[in-house]
Design a protein around this ligand. Structure first.
Ligand SMILES: Nc1ncnc2c1ncn2[C@@H]1O[C@H](COP(=O)(O)OP(=O)(O)O)[C@@H](O)[C@H]1O
Ligand SMILES: [Mg+2]
Length: 243
């Protein structure tokens, strides 16, 4: 079953075309990565998939439903870990999860139970009462992951899940993502870390300037082009990910 099916997706901001007629599909249970430098259009694609904004043109189906037809129905079934930290600084770690549960109409008792379970999953139980400002960067990313899981999503969208993290925290997030994938959750992530793409993605779409240059497994790409995924990226786009 296809969880996401996009045909000729274009997204413009005013006269600027951020995503330029891309087509791709993502199978249930896959971990699919969008790889590309800043400005490639990755966050824009995520925004359309999670019904944050409509496409300018083209057709995008999530769970077989057109994003323009039933955004509310789609949103209820997915989780989003945003690129930027938008946790509520006035609330504690636990309260951030409990309040989020209410947006999904999860009954209070169940919300509290889920929040406790998710804090344990991301190893933040001992931080439950702490304010957001007192968390490290890695802890915030893990809390954002827990929050994205509050509605037990079938599809999890992760926008730069480990950006700015030290290697230890990065590995901790990868371990959680692998665990979720093993449980059958479909994962879509954006990254400009080659190691991340190689370690956890079944397939990657290499993006540049609003277009998809190629889609394949990291293994196949490296085999077909030779060298590391970074070499493949350089060869196909003519630029380095540090650009
Ligand atoms: N709300 C917006 N208004 C105008 N331009 C935007 C907006 N959001 C993104 N862009 C532009 O669209 C392009 C793609 O941005 P984005 O999707 O955030 O890329 P990425 O996530 O790959 O860095 C960039 O050139 C960016 O400046
Ligand atoms: Mg982005």
């Amino acid at each position: 079953m296809l969880v996401v099916d996009a045909k000729e997706l274009t997204k413009c901001y005013g006269t600027f075309t951020a995503v330029n007629g891309i087509s791709f599909s993502i199978e249930q249970g896959e971990c699919f990565g969008f790889l590309g430098p800043n400005g490639a259009g990755k966050t824009t694609v995520m925004g359309v998939i999670h019904c944050f904004m409509p496409p300018t043109s083209g057709e995008v189906r999530v769970f077989g439903i057109d994003v323009s037809a039933d955004p509310g129905g789609i949103k209820a079934r997915l989780g989003v870990m945003p690129q930027d930290d938008n946790l509520d600084p006035d609330l504690s770690v636990l309260e951030n999860l409990v309040v989020y549960a209410r947006y999904f109409d999860i009954p209070k008792k169940r919300g509290a139970l889920l929040a406790a379970e998710l804090l344990a999953f991301v190893e933040l139980t001992d931080k439950a009462a702490v304010k957001i400002g007192d968390l490290s960067g890695g802890m915030k990313r893990r809390l954002l992951l827990a929050r994205a899981l509050i509605n037990t999503p079938e599809l999890l969208i992760l926008d730069e899940p480990t950006v700015g993290l030290d290697p230890h925290s990065r590995h901790a997030v990868w371990e959680k993502l692998r665990h979720l994938r093993e449980k059958g959750t479909t994962l879509i992530l954006t990254t400009h870390y080659m190691e991340e793409a190689e370690k956890i993605c079944d397939r990657v779409a290499i993006m540049d300037s609003g277009r998809i240059i190629t889609v394949d497994s990291p293994h196949h790409l490296m085999e077909a082009h030779g060298g590391s995924l970074e070499d493949v990226y350089l060869k196909l786009t003519g630029r380095s990910l540090a650009d």
